[in-house]
Design a protein around this ligand. Structure first.
Ligand SMILES: Nc1ncnc2c1ncn2[C@@H]1O[C@H](COP(=O)(O)OP(=O)(O)OP(=O)(O)O)[C@@H](O)[C@H]1O
Ligand SMILES: [Mg+2]
Length: 522
């Protein structure tokens, strides 16, 4: 089955992500655990909350607990820009695959459904779900599994199409039809209008819901206090700072500044930590400056992101040098937040046509908001999706040195993809000339060598970047010239990657943005 490898809560890319710190979220977690094992008829628990309030951390805690107890059916953590976890295409099949692995008694029924079904992965999400998930689960004998199984779905708002969000929610609600086994679905999302709308159509008797940013202020403040006390304590020991640093008063002021946003507290701690033994106390004072009353949580978050960005551009530079640094920063960060699937640092550098050292240099001061691996294998990622929202919003990112124009970022990526493909793609690019040879006859390493990650990325996503840039396709323009020369090479590359179906969607999308009367003839 097609599988989104980064979907589960414990996928490799999430190994540094934490679960709720001890003594935080105590009541909330207890409430969720009681619902899982209680007799409540409602099979969906929807946890909604603003960006950075701690939803994913709670979802991970849930998933970890039930995984340890061998009661986790499956988990799917959506993530925008994360490749397969940024959309719903592999949602049902990934859940089915995990169910088959986690519930031994369901395994055979799922395998039977695959054998019996006709080309299930290419069917609609609804058909996939009914054949691969509900069908097999409905055959389970309830006596063998008296406790409910848990599904954890995080960040449904990060799934790319509103339509699919609606379909998924309706499919999840179908779990109530199961008679012999019980399925408990824990779902988190930001309170986006589309999700609120779909839930509005599902009767209240079907789901339970909690608004994370509305739970009592004293509880939230207590939890953030515990978090800051623990993280700053670690920093104090690591950098051998004074024993009484930072002190209760400083922590209390930080709690007020965080204004309910865990992500603010987490970013502040990383920023302070990055200062090392010499600078971290100054960084703490810097953060504490200014009035913290009556500010909106988002404003404080904007401020700390701006602070980190400003800090990353060397203070001693001349204005001309600074302008250059800002430009490079915008270009690199713009690409990172607009990518459809993450890349390693060397691959990103090649895609952007910038020397790797320069990319590492520009990202060097941003470790409190970016995860920049030292090696060339692991992928560059944002610590948190709220940084993307901040950088792309003209209102929130007030400093024009940093604001990223999303359309422009997509246009630049589209240009880079086409440049890279034009210079790399050719006939027989994997050195195999025999027509009719099967991809499976060739070593994967040979394909990866001929088509490294940045070229595969360009082949898969160039059309989506053009679409998002808002430009039209015209006769004799860059796209037309590229296709005239490289259409077959591009198809050959996709075929080696086993992704030739992506070309069909891509060509249809291009047709939709070709200017009227000047349709491309391929
Ligand atoms: N209970 C907790 N214990 C320890 N750390 C936490 C806790 N809750 C949140 N955090 C920290 O705060 C950060 C932000 O939280 P999280 O990613 O869970 O927010 P979110 O609500 O999922 O945001 P978004 O809507 O943008 O996805 C986490 O990366 C983690 O470092
Ligand atoms: Mg989240």
């Amino acid at each position: 089955l097609p599988n989104a490898v980064y979907a589960p809560f414990n996928a490799y890319d999430k190994q540094d992500k934490q679960i709720c710190l001890h003594n935080t979220r105590v009541d909330l977690l207890q409430q969720v655990y009681n619902w899982v094992d209680g007799q409540d008829e409602r099979c969906i628990f929807w946890l909604k909350g603003w960006a950075g309030t701690g939803k994913s951390t709670i979802a991970r805690t849930m998933a970890r607990k039930y995984f340890t107890e061998q009661r986790l059916g499956a988990s799917f953590f959506f993530s925008r820009g994360g490749g397969d976890v940024g959309h719903a295409d592999k949602f049902a099949t990934s859940i089915a695959k995990q169910l088959a692995n986690n519930i031994p008694t369901a395994r055979q029924y799922i395998c039977d459904a695959i054998t019996k079904g006709n080309d299930i992965p290419n069917q609609s999400l609804r058909d996939q779900w009914h054949q691969l998930v509900l069908g097999p689960l409905s055959k389970l004998d309830g006596n063998g599994c008296p406790d409910p199984y848990v599904l954890v779905i995080d960040a449904l708002d990060e799934c790319d199409k509103d339509n699919n969000i609606q379909i998924i929610l309706n499919l999840l609600a179908d779990a109530r039809s199961l008679e012999t086994v019980r399925l408990r679905i824990f779902l988190t999302s930001r309170p986006e209008i589309q999700i609120r709308y779909v839930f509005g159509q599902i009767p209240d008797t079907e789901y339970k819901n909690i608004v994370l940013h509305n739970i009592s202020q004293s509880t939230i403040e207590h939890d953030i206090y515990v978090f800051l006390e623990s993280k700053l304590g670690e920093i104090q020991r690591k950098h051998e700072l004074c024993e009484d640093w930072p002190g209760n008063e400083a922590i209390t002021r930080l709690v007020l500044k965080a204004a309910g946003l865990f992500i603010w507290a987490a970013t502040a701690c990383r920023f302070i930590d990055e200062g090392g033994s010499l600078i971290s106390p100054d960084r703490l004072s810097n953060i504490l400056q200014g009035d913290s009353s009556n500010t909106k949580p988002e404003k404080e978050l904007n401020e700390i992101y701006t602070k980190v960005l400003n800090n990353s551009v060397g203070a001693g530079l001349e204005q001309r040098e600074k302008d250059k640094a800002y430009e490079l920063l915008r270009e690199t960060l713009g690409a990172i937040v607009a990518l459809y699937s993450p890349l390693s640092t060397p691959s990103l550098a090649k895609l952007l046509h910038i020397p790797e050292q320069k990319v590492r240099g520009v990202l060097g001061g941003l470790h409190s908001i970016l995860d920049v691996p030292q090696d060339s294998i692991h992928l560059l990622r944002l610590h948190h999706p709220s940084f993307r929202d901040f950088l792309l919003s003209r209102e929130r990112c007030e400093d024009r040195n940093f604001w990223v124009d999303e359309k422009k970022a997509h246009q630049e990526l589209a240009d880079h993809c086409m440049r890279l493909m034009s210079t790399s793609l050719k006939q027989y690019m994997c050195g195999v000339e025999a027509p009719g040879i099967l991809v499976t006859d060739i070593e994967t390493s040979q394909i990866e060598q001929s088509l490294p990650a940045e070229i595969q990325y360009a082949c898969l996503y160039w059309v989506q970047h053009i679409q998002k840039s808002g430009t039209q396709v015209l006769d004799d323009d860059q796209v037309h010239c590229f296709l005239q020369k490289h259409l077959l090479h591009w198809l050959e590359a996709l075929a080696w990657m086993g992704k030739v179906s992506a070309a069909i969607y891509a060509v249809t999308s291009l047709e939709a943005i070709a200017s009227v009367g000047k349709i491309l003839i391929l």
